[in-house]
Design a protein around this ligand. Structure first.
Ligand SMILES: Cc1ncc(COP(=O)(O)O)c(C=O)c1O
Length: 363
């Protein structure tokens, strides 16, 4: 793919490494440029890096009415060798294409997605925050742009990637464990639906559940399946738990669970790197609860790109009752997973072959 560079004049771009004065929040800041590419007449065209800014969209664009939209989230890191490495973006590219298939959108060759991201990271290398624990969050997405009110797939699409210099998700190190609301009022996904796809509608539909969770003192919802029997997800993270006898269990990926790149990494790293066996199982909720009460389940939490690992300290019920996880603190296995994953992302530990994509120096 031949990328066109239509960059801001040098005088209008960042000219020195970014040294934030205070703590950087997550996902708020933008950089100078973004990557764009159009789809029409059955082909992708005009891949380009242009100044970051608003683009025009017809009020009748399909995405604005019927949510034909998909997105991804990944991270890149500045290593001690001064080079920039994106973490497992081939996995994100494959997942974007699976989401595309589900939403009747055109796939993008994974190598082109990887190239687009790395080219943008190269252009924005001075934007990497020179701050402990910081990273560049990467947001690729695709929207349906045809001006049409028929409920049918658009005949035009726009693919865009932008990046956000972000501070560590937990500025003070690993934060206090969070609480998850157990509710049977809300469900994230139904069999045959879009739960395994990363599409905006899933997240719009989760906002009310998140609000109710906040009102009840929880940071997110523990989603059960529509029969209220099995554990599915922890808000916008995959759920996990660790048993007292040393097994880290992640719910089996189904069509109602997003295939998390973080979870896949934990599963692949396994016992050799993490000190616990890592497995996937369907997890019936009632036995899980009994396990928390009798201590046979020692740790629980969520996996996702933004926080990497988020420990759960307690499950909260709508009647106000709570069930604690272990002693309610951060368990040793949770901490180990966090240390290992962040260590290899940041170049402090050797990463498995093929996990890190170095941005070439081209721009
Ligand atoms: C619903 C949902 N589950 C799980 C995850 C974690 O996936 P990943 O580790 O690829 O970020 C995310 C975030 O991307 C998510 O939105």
């Amino acid at each position: 793919m031949k990328i066109r560079y239509d960059l801001k004049p040098r005088s209008a771009r960042r000219s020195e490494p970014f040294r934030p004065q205070g703590p950087l929040s997550f996902g708020q800041l933008r950089t100078d440029h973004m990557f764009l590419m159009d789809w029409a007449d059955g082909a992708w065209s005009d891949p380009r890096i242009v100044p970051y800014g608003p683009f025009s969209l017809a009020p009748g664009a399909v995405v604005l009415h019927y949510s034909q939209e998909i997105f991804e989230g990944a991270k890149a890191f500045l290593h001690p060798d001064g080079e920039i490495y994106a973490f497992r973006i081939d996995k994100n590219a494959a997942r974007l294409n699976r989401s595309a298939e589900g939403l009747c959108m055109p796939p993008i060759p994974p190598a082109d997605q990887v190239q687009a991201i790395l080219a943008l990271l190269d252009v924005e290398r001075l934007w990497f925050p020179q701050q402990e624990g910081a990273s560049l969050y990467i947001r690729p997405f695709m929207i349906a742009t045809q001006d049409s009110l028929g409920v049918k797939p658009s005949d035009r699409y726009l693919y865009c990637v932008f990046v956000s210099p972000s501070g560590p998700y937990y500025p003070a190190g690993f934060q206090e464990p969070v609480k998850l609301l157990v509710t049977r009022r809300f469900h994230r996904a139904a069999p045959g639906g879009t739960g395994a796809m990363k599409t905006g509608g899933n997240y719009a539909a989760s906002l009310m559940a998140g609000e109710v969770a906040h009102r009840l003192g929880a940071s997110q919802v523990l989603y059960l399946d529509t029969a209220d029997r099995h554990i599915e997800e922890a808000g916008a993270m995959n759920h996990y738990h660790v048993t007292r006898d040393g097994r880290l269990v992640i719910p089996t990926f189904t069509d109602t669970i997003l295939r998390s790149v973080t979870s896949e990494s934990v599963l692949e790293l396994g016992k050799a790197a993490l000190g616990v066996e890592t497995v996937q199982e369907r997890i019936p909720f009632e036995p899980f609860l009994a396990g928390l009460r009798d201590g046979s389940i020692a740790e629980a939490g969520g996996f996702g790109t933004a926080a990497v690992v988020s420990a759960v300290g307690a499950y909260v019920f709508e009647d106000g009752s709570e069930v604690k996880v272990g002693a309610g603190g951060i368990g040793e296995h949770t901490r180990r997973v966090y240390d290992v994953l962040t260590g290899l992302q940041r170049g402090a530990r050797p990463a498995p072959k093929g996990w890190l994509f170095q941005a070439p120096r081209v721009a």
